[in-house]
Design a protein around this ligand. Structure first.
Ligand code: AMP
Length: 417
């Protein structure tokens, strides 16, 4: 495309401290969030005629951590297509050449709020169990592709006012098939599983612990294990759940075991004490049953020893969750990840720049004129997501307000109260 024509397609607008230079098809930009990678805006897409979210990644190739994450996200989003994982609609850069390449913009489906906002609300059992069911469906789909998230937290899970839910990113995803030793630096502290805190290496149900912490937070309205640092995180876990058994201690490497065994010993509390009836809606027999089911699920997810913790499949079959079970959602065919070496890649800044730029060009080509070309599966589904979802799920009837098009946070508050 010639340079002048390309320049005419873009305009710049200040959003907070940042300047977004976006295609003119995207209008009404408003900041809705920010994360480790950059600022996220809502916008109206005049080509697809729908609201979207646009995330700006500035110099995504600037160091190994940023580059690996940006590249992984691009590659995985191309492969993964599931209603509980955010779909990528478009990717672009306003710069014209590889040499000039600086910023990358990811255009995604727009959701209404992240789970941090939902946690503050009093959720009934239907909504709570449906949100958990969808989280587990999304996680199961990632696991099926060998992706263990390891960084699940309320801020990277987003919802709509009709209670539909999507996981926003792939965390520090690593294809489990590689079997390489997994580094213990991941997951935001509060949701970090014991095996991660203690550097034991982990398996897929590391993500179940995070779901347990998120569920507990939704029930309590406050963080379950609010550790102030890495060590305090472990203290918070054992203070509430109790010092783990000798059998668990034997799985630790010697230096960690010495440390853990020398901590004060705690008996911990029963789950009835940790999550008393008063935290749950309890005015009907139905709700009492549900509260005890919810507590039972918590007691099976929040197990320090991963070998005794429930798996994602078992959680999906739990009575509190399986009311929503739909094989099409739970057992969707696993995505095939094209780049098996994704997590092992090491490159110089210049090499990353070129790799990421090529991915952006590939996306631009596939989505020319707003129409998806090439492999349409993932984008096709993402583009038609709205209609697909509203017809397919029982919970659309739970919504009191399905027209959330301009909302960025108020929707779920209305819906879920
Ligand atoms: P991230 O940079 O992906 O960690 O996102 C930071 C924050 O932006 C999230 O916690 C959400 O509040 C918001 N956000 C990101 N993507 C979306 C989206 N597609 N729809 C709605 N909000 C989003």
């Amino acid at each position: 495309m010639n340079r002048n024509k390309r320049e005419k397609e873009y305009y710049s607008i200040d959003v907070g401290d940042s300047t977004f230079t976006v295609l003119k098809r995207y209008q009404n930009l408003r900041p809705i969030g920010s994360g480790a990678q950059g600022i996220v805006c809502s916008a109206y897409d005049h080509v697809l005629e729908r609201n979207v979210a646009i995330k700006k990644l500035s110099r995504p190739f600037q160091n190994q951590t940023h580059a690996k994450r940006a590249y992984r996200e691009l590659v995985l989003m191309k492969c993964v297509n599931h209603k509980n994982i955010i779909g990528l609609l478009h990717v672009f850069t306003p710069q014209k050449t590889l040499e000039e390449f600086q910023d990358m913009y990811l255009v995604m489906e727009l959701m209404d709020a992240n789970l941090c906002q939902v946690i503050q609300m009093e959720l009934d059992h239907e909504r709570l169990s449906y949100l958990l069911y969808q989280t587990l469906c999304g996680i199961k789909h990632l696991h099926a592709a060998g992706i263990i998230h390891r960084d699940l937290k309320p801020s990277n899970i987003v919802v709509k006012s009709d209670c539909t839910l999507k996981i926003l990113d792939f965390g520090l995803a690593r294809t489990a098939a590689t079997g390489l030793l997994m580094t213990p630096y991941v997951v935001t502290r509060y949701y970090r599983a014991p095996e991660v805190i203690l550097g034991m290496g982990y398996q897929a149900n590391v993500d179940v612990w995070s779901v347990g912490c998120i569920m507990a937070e939704m029930v309590r309205g406050s963080v379950l294990f609010p550790g102030t640092d890495h060590i305090d995180q472990w203290n918070k876990v054992i203070e509430q759940l109790g010092t783990p058994s000798q059998e668990f201690m034997l799985k630790l490497n010697q230096s960690v075991r010495t440390y853990v065994e020398n901590r004060p010993r705690y008996a911990g509390y029963s789950f009835e004490k940790l999550f008393p009836d008063v935290l749950f809606p309890a005015d009907s027999d139905h709700n009492k049953l549900k509260a005890s089911q919810a507590r039972d699920l918590l007691s099976k997810m929040l197990v320090i020893d991963a070998s005794k913790r429930i798996s994602v499949d078992e959680a999906l079959q739990h009575p509190y969750i399986n009311v929503w079970f739909d094989p099409a959602e739970v057992e969707a065919p696993p995505p095939a990840i094209s780049d098996k070496q994704l997590d092992e890649r090491e490159h110089t800044v210049d090499e990353w720049k070129e790799l990421i730029y090529q991915e952006v060009m590939d996306w631009e080509e596939r989505t020319k004129n707003g129409v998806v070309r090439g492999q349409p599966a993932s984008l096709g589904a993402a583009v038609s997501n709205d209609s697909h979802e509203s017809s397919s799920n029982a919970v659309s009837s739970m919504s009191t307000d399905t027209d959330s098009s301009q909302e960025t946070s108020a929707g779920p508050l209305r819906c879920c109260r």
